[in-house]
Write a protein that binds this ligand. Structure first.
Ligand SMILES: Cc1cc2nc3c(=O)[nH]c(=O)nc-3n(C[C@H](O)[C@H](O)[C@H](O)COP(=O)(O)OP(=O)(O)OC[C@H]3O[C@@H](n4cnc5c(N)ncnc54)[C@H](O)[C@@H]3O)c2cc1C
Length: 417
C-alpha cells in the first residue's frame, strides 16, 4: 500500500487528509505543534474560564469547499447565522445604524432597493463592482474605487479589509473579485454570514481528527519537518525532528505549511513575502447583551473595532490589517476597543474580563506582487504537492481557500497514483 504524508494539520492539511483517508492509501498527518487547526482553532482560556477561538472566523454560505468539508466530517450542522443574508452596521462617529439586507434569493435584486443598501449608496455604486472583473493584475482595491464615499467606507472597505487582511491601497483586486463571483453574484443565498456555533475546533478540527482516526489515518503531533531530501524530480526522504521517513516511488507528500516554512525547506519554490496581523479581543460579559437584528455579527465603522461577534456571554472583536495595533499593550488595546463597544451597543459599564490574541502572521500580505508568486498545487517534484490558504486558489487567504487547496492537493495525489 502506498503512503501519503501530509505535513501541517491546519484546515488545508486536514481537508487533504480527510479526502484521502479510506481511499486505499495509508495517510499520515504530521504536525509540528501539539494540536491541530493551525490558525483556525479553539483553546481553553484560564483567565476567562471558557473556550475561545484564536480569532473570530466568518464564513459565507457560498463557501462551498468549507461546507463540503464540514459535511464530509459530519459537522455540517455546526455553523450558525441569521435566517437570511443580513449585515447590521453601526457608525460610532455619527450614531447611524443600518442593515445591509441581501434577502434569501439567488439573484441580487436587493441592490435595487435603497433600504437594503448602506445609506448614501446607489445602484450604480454596486454595479461598479464589475470593475474588479476586468482589473489588471497589478490593480489594488483602492486604485479601482478610490478610498472615499459612502460605497467605499460603508460597504467595500469593511468587507474587503476583512477578506484580504491587507491595507486596501496595497491589497490585490483579483481575489476580491473571486469572493464576489462566488458569493454576492449569487444573491443572498450565498451570502448568509456564518460562524462556528460552539467554536472553531468543534466545527473544523475535532470532527476531522475523529474522521481520520475512524478511517485509519495516523496523526502525529510535535513532529516538525526539517528537511525534504530530493533526487532529480522526486522527494525521497522526509527528515523530522524525531526521525526520518524514506519514501518509496509510490509514496506522495503534501506540504500544507505556511510560505516561510516552505521557503526554509525548498527555497527553489518562490513564495509570497510578508504578513499582516489580526488582533482579537474577547470579553466575557456578566450576561449576554441584546445584540442586533438576528445576526451574531455587527460591523463597526470609525472605531478601532471593526467587527463584533457574539457567542453567548463572549463578545469578541476583530481588527484586521492590524500591524500597528498589535504593537500596543493588551491593556491599551482592550481599553480602546471596549470604548467602541460601549458606543456600538449603547451601554456603559466597567471593562469586563478580557483576553487579547495577537496573531502577527494571520495571513500573508495579499498584494499584486504576492499574487504573482502564489504557487499552484504541483511542484517540480512529481510526488510532492502544495496546499495552504496562500497557494494559488484565486481566493483570499481564508478557510475556503485553505480547504480548496487541500482538496486540490488530494486530487493531485489521486491523479499521481
Ligand atoms: C485571527 C485570524 C482571523 C481569521 N479570520 C478569518 C475569517 O474570518 N474567515 C476565514 O475564512 N479565514 C479567516 N482567517 C484565515 C484562516 O484562519 C486561514 O486561512 C486558515 O486557517 C489557514 O489554514 P492553513 O491550513 O492553510 O494554514 P495553517 O493554519 O497555518 O496550518 C499550517 C500548519 O502547519 C504546521 N506546520 C508549519 N510548519 C511545519 C513543519 N515544518 N512541520 C510540521 N508542521 C508544520 C503549523 O503548526 C500549522 O498547524 C483568520 C486567521 C486568523 C489568524
Amino acid at each position: 500500500m502506498s503512503s501519503v504524508h501530509i505535513v501541517g494539520a491546519g484546515v488545508a492539511g486536514l481537508a487533504a487528509a480527510v479526502r484521502l483517508a479510506g481511499t486505499g492509501r495509508k495517510v499520515f498527518l504530521h504536525e509540528s505543534s501539539g494540536h491541530a487547526g493551525g490558525r483556525c482553532r479553539s483553546f481553553h482560556d484560564s483567565a476567562l474560564d471558557c473556550t475561545i477561538d484564536n480569532g473570530n472566523h466568518l464564513l459565507l454560505s457560498g463557501n462551498r469547499s468549507a461546507r463540503a468539508f464540514l459535511e464530509e466530517i459530519g459537522a455540517g450542522d455546526t455553523l450558525m447565522g441569521p435566517r437570511d443574508a443580513r449585515f447590521p452596521f453601526v457608525d460610532i462617529a455619527t450614531g447611524e445604524r443600518w442593515t445591509v439586507r441581501l434577502g434569501s434569493g439567488r439573484v441580487p435584486w436587493w441592490v435595487l432597493q435603497a433600504d437594503c443598501r448602506p445609506p448614501g449608496t446607489s445602484v450604480s455604486d454596486f454595479l461598479s463592482i464589475i470593475r474588479l472583473a476586468w482589473a489588471r493584475p497589478d490593480a489594488t482595491v483602492a486604485s479601482l474605487f478610490g478610498q472615499t464615499g459612502a460605497f467605499f467606507t460603508r460597504f467595500l472597505e469593511p468587507l474587503a479589509v476583512a477578506a484580504l487582511n491587507t491595507p486596501l491601497d496595497r491589497a490585490a483586486a483579483g481575489p476580491l473579485w473571486q469572493v464576489f463571483r462566488e458569493t454576492f453574484a449569487h444573491g443572498g443565498t450565498a451570502c448568509r454570514p456564518l460562524i462556528a456555533r460552539d467554536g472553531l475546533s468543534d466545527s473544523f478540527v475535532s470532527p476531522a481528527l475523529a474522521y481520520l482516526d475512524a478511517n485509519n489515518a495516523a496523526t502525529c503531533f510535535n513532529r516538525r519537518l526539517r528537511v525534504v531530501a530530493t533526487e532529480a524530480n522526486h522527494a525521497v526522504r522526509l527528515e523530522f525532528t524525531d526521525g526520518s521517513i524514506d519514501l518509496t516511488r509510490d509514496d506522495t507528500v503534501i506540504l500544507a505549511i505556511p510560505p516561510a516554512g516552505l521557503n526554509a525547506l525548498l527555497p527553489e519554490i518562490p513564495v509570497p513575502e510578508g504578513n499582516h496581523a489580526i488582533v482579537n479581543v474577547h470579553f466575557k460579559l456578566p450576561q449576554a447583551p441584546a445584540f442586533t437584528d438576528e445576526s451574531p455579527v455587527l460591523g463597526v465603522l470609525n472605531g478601532i473595532a471593526e467587527w463584533l461577534f457574539l457567542r453567548g456571554r463572549v463578545l469578541s472583536v476583530t481588527v484586521s490589517a492590524a500591524d500597528a495595533l498589535a504593537e500596543k499593550s493588551a491593556a491599551e488595546i482592550a481599553d480602546g476597543v471596549w470604548r467602541d463597544i460601549e458606543r456600538a451597543l449603547d451601554i456603559s459599564d466597567e471593562i469586563p474580563p478580557y483576553r487579547v490574541v495577537k496573531e502577527r502572521r494571520a495571513t500573508f500580505s495579499q498584494t499584486p506582487d504576492a499574487m504573482r508568486v502564489r504557487p499552484g498545487t504541483l511542484t517540480g517534484y512529481a510526488n510532492l504537492f502544495l496546499a495552504g490558504d496562500w497557494t494559488d486558489t484565486g481566493l483570499p487567504a481564508t478557510i475556503e481557500s485553505a480547504i480548496r487547496s487541500g482538496h486540490k492537493a488530494a486530487d493531485a495525489v489521486k491523479a499521481a497514483h
